[in-house]
Each structure stands twice: as structure tokens, then as C-alpha cells.
Design a protein around this ligand. Structure first.
Ligand code: GRF
Length: 197
């Protein structure tokens, strides 16, 4: 069972997945890592000897053209599953349609609470005492797909975006590693989440 991971940032979730997938009994293999910018996280792929590809967003005239290049890169690897892990870009509908439902995303909030690019900041601004981490199936909405796993994370007095996000990420990593394992092992049937039209 093969997985491609798409990132934009430090790739700490990717790093955790690479670690987990290097265990002989883990049922999934990471075969490629893609990024929409020169993400630091690409260094993790290199360290693990995993091929990576770069599809720089600003080099494309439109989101759709960028998405098409992303699909062409993913087609090279034909992964069984695409994982968005810190990809800070909304995928154009054509990309989601090409891969749904075999495409999942991690989000640092307890969806449907606080969707979008600033889930941690929005939770703090809302003054909630607990937020969370979620793993969902990607659909053409913004963090609106079926929830595969989620867990509550407390907000502590004095938290800022960084301290709260760093408390959320370990939970996110654990949920992501477990969800990918369960999908690879056939314990989660993503197609069931999308009854055939
Ligand atoms: C993660 O919390 C992810 O859910 C969010 O951005 C963060 C990326 O962190 N979209 P990293 O790049 O995996 O360290």
C-alpha cells in the first residue's frame, strides 16, 4: 500500500509518518513527497531516501494549472493514498475529483470547529478552553469532508498560537499515523465514506 504526502512547511507530521512507515510491520510505504514551495520538510524525505517533487505555486498562472501539474506528478507514483500534511494550499476541484476519496488531510482543530488555514489562531480568538486535531477525507469544500479521527486538545492559560499548535501537533501525528495504518490494513474503507453516485 503506497502513500504520497504533500507538504508546505516544516513537515513534522511527515517526519512522524516516515518514522512510523519505516517499521517493518507498518502496512503502508511512503513513496513520494510533494511540496508547493521549497518546504523545509523536503529535507525529511531526502533523509529517508524518499523521492520528492516540487510544484511551486507561484510558477503557475492559475490554481488550476498548478493543480494539473500536481496531478501529473502524482500520476508518476500512482499512490494508493494521498496525504495532505501541512499543505497550506486549497486544492482545485479537479485535483480533489481526481483523487477523492483516496486523499486525506490533517487539521489542527476539532472539525467542524475552526476550519481553514488558521484553525489554531481562530480557536484562541474564540476563547475556547479546548480545541483538537482532526483527520478527514478531502472533498471540494474547506475541511468539510468526512471525519476519520479526531481528539480534543486543551487550551491552557497563556497559550499563544505557537504553544497551542505545538500541543496539537503530537496528537495530529498520532491520529494520522493510526488512520493511514488502518486505511492500508483495510480497516477503513474510504469508498464507503463516498457511496458511489
Ligand atoms: C499541521 O498542524 C497541519 O495540520 C497544518 O499545518 C501544520 C503543518 O505542520 N495544516 P508540519 O508542516 O507538519 O510541521
Amino acid at each position: 500500500f503506497t502513500v504520497a504526502v504533500l507538504i508546505s512547511g516544516t513537515g513534522s507530521n511527515l517526519r512522524a509518518l516516515l518514522d512510523a512507515a519505516s517499521a517493518p510491520d507498518y502496512p503502508a510505504r511512503i513513496v513520494a513527497v510533494g511540496a508547493d514551495r521549497e518546504a523545509e520538510g523536503l529535507a525529511h524525505a531526502e533523509a529517508f531516501g524518499i523521492p520528492s517533487f516540487l510544484v511551486p505555486y507561484e510558477e503557475y498562472a492559475t490554481r488550476e494549472a498548478w493543480g494539473q501539474a500536481l496531478v501529473e506528478n502524482l500520476a508518476v507514483w500512482q499512490p494508493d493514498l494521498v496525504v495532505l500534511s501541512g499543505l497550506m494550499r486549497l486544492l482545485p476541484p479537479a485535483v480533489v475529483e481526481a483523487w477523492a476519496p483516496r486523499i486525506i488531510n490533517t487539521h489542527p482543530a476539532y472539525l467542524p470547529e475552526f476550519p481553514g488555514a488558521h484553525g489554531v489562531r481562530d480557536a484562541l480568538a474564540a476563547g475556547v478552553f479546548q480545541t483538537g486535531a482532526s483527520v478527514i477525507v478531502v472533498d471540494t469544500g474547506v475541511d468539510t469532508g468526512p471525519i476519520l479521527a479526531q481528539e480534543r486538545v486543551v487550551v491552557l492559560p497563556g497559550d499563544d498560537e505557537s504553544t497551542l499548535h505545538e500541543r496539537i501537533k503530537p496528537v495530529e501525528r498520532r491520529l494520522l499515523i493510526d488512520v493511514v495504518r488502518r486505511i492500508a490494513a483495510g480497516e477503513i474503507d474510504l469508498t464507503a465514506a463516498h457511496p458511489s453516485p
